[in-house]
Design a protein around this ligand. Structure first.
Ligand code: NAP
Ligand code: ZN
Length: 353
């Protein structure tokens, strides 16, 4: 084992602060990574403040971060896909059981024994739970490490590891293509990636936002239209017209207003994960045989496919790079919906701690 610098939360109510954690020495199958940038996902905030207690109680100390990019510093003797110096990424998963029907189908995101990048029991017993990317380094099984295309800027590529795959995967699953009318609700970290992908897939893309000041940005990011969702008349104009809507909202909101915008057999997928249940009107779904579903991240293979797609189409996240010392301020701004459109932590800032 070796020591690594990190930022952790000691409890649901304490701010994140400098800490030292243990990492394992690489096994035969492991890749050791110097973390250069880590994106800041709203899930990091939900989890570190124990907002998902009923579903996923937080364990402290908690080191968040699952949008990791960096450089390989060391590989185990059995590693075949990576070598020292490679530009790599790690997302929300660092292991799975490899034997369940989901793993056998190549869909590790549904494995009942998956190991999340932070907060899951640590099979290597380095600590009680796994520690995430707000740290100077990480050691990960090569099967859960991704290649980052050479043309992508690393600070802006980091958010692809969660925000990117979480929006790419359901759009692929539900057939977002040219000729489809697609809505993206909530222009935050996930939402702005959803807009970029829907646009790149050739769909007519409409952004729903509660923030009128994000209108110009939404158009620049690739939206064909922008609707301020608090304006009922603007919403009504789109009734019954959407093939697919991706809901990326992090807080309580009225999803029935969006269900009513779907066409016959249209689907709305929730990727946003508010802590409280959302009431659903049965009639909105019955009339029009509409469906409501959810989607978690994506598989490792699909994450690599998404990264390659981003390489080919030059897609990255719009980031505000921050030093780790600004992380608590970044969380406060995330709650105020003041993120344009993802914070990316420059991990070099950890050296001064
Ligand atoms: P974010 O950057 O904070 O963006 C969330 C956006 O939701 C905001 O920018 C805002 O957009 C909208 N919003 C926030 N509060 C709202 C409210 N009270 N009413 C209406 N709209 C509101 O968060 P994120 O990192 O994109 O994450 C979004 C959600 O997805 C979180 O719950 C996160 O935990 C979840 N998540 C899920 C997965 C998955 O696998 N399913 C993966 C990652 C994250 P406007 O200003 O445009 O209205
Ligand atoms: Zn995330």
């Amino acid at each position: 084992m070796y020591k690594a610098k990190a930022y952790s939360a000691a409890s649901a109510t304490s701010p994140l602060a400098a800490d030292t954690i243990q990492r394992r020495n690489p096994t035969d199958r492991d890749v050791q990574i110097e973390i250069l940038f880590c994106g800041v996902c709203h899930s990091d905030l939900h989890y570190s403040r124990d907002e998902w207690h009923a579903i996923m109680p937080a364990v402290y100390p908690c080191v968040p971060g699952h949008e990791i990019v960096g450089r390989v510093t060391n590989v185990g003797s059995g590693v075949t896909k990576f070598k020292q110096g490679d530009r790599v990424g790690v997302g929300c998963l660092v292991d799975s059981d490899h034997t369940c029907p989901n793993c056998r189908a190549g869909l590790e995101q549904f494995c009942p024994n998956q190991v999340l990048t932070y907060g899951s029991p640590d099979r290597h017993k380095t600590a009680a739970v796994t520690y995430g990317g707000y740290s100077e380094s990480v050691v990960v099984d090569e099967g859960f490490v991704l290649h980052i295309p050479a043309n992508l800027n690393l600070s802006a590529a980091a958010p692809l590891l969660c925000a990117g795959i979480t929006t790419y995967s359901p759009m692929r699953h539900w057939g977002v293509t040219e000729g489809k009318k697609v809505g993206v609700v909530g222009l935050g970290g996930l939402g702005h990636m959803g807009v970029k992908f829907a646009h790149a897939f050739g769909a007519h893309t409409v952004v729903f936002t509660t923030s009128p000041n994000k209108k110009d940005d939404a158009l620049r990011l690739g939206a064909d239209e922008v609707v301020v969702s608090r304006n009922a008349d603007e919403m009504q104009k789109h009734a019954g017209s959407f093939d697919f809507i991706l809901d990326c909202v992090a807080a309580e909101h009225d999803i029935n207003a969006y269900i009513n915008l779907l066409t016959r057999d249209g689907n709305i997928t929730l990727v946003g994960a508010p802590d409280k249940p959302l009431p659903v009107s049965a009639f909105g779904l019955i009339m029009g045989r509409r469906s409501l579903s959810g989607s978690p991240i994506g598989s490792i293979a699909e994450t690599q496919e998404m990264l390659n797609f981003c390489g080919e189409h030059n897609i990255t996240s719009d980031v505000e790079v921050i030093p780790i010392q600004k992380i608590n301020e970044a969380y406060a701004r995330m709650i105020k919906q003041d993120v344009k459109y993802r914070f990316s932590i420059d991990m070099a800032s950890l050296k001064s701690e």
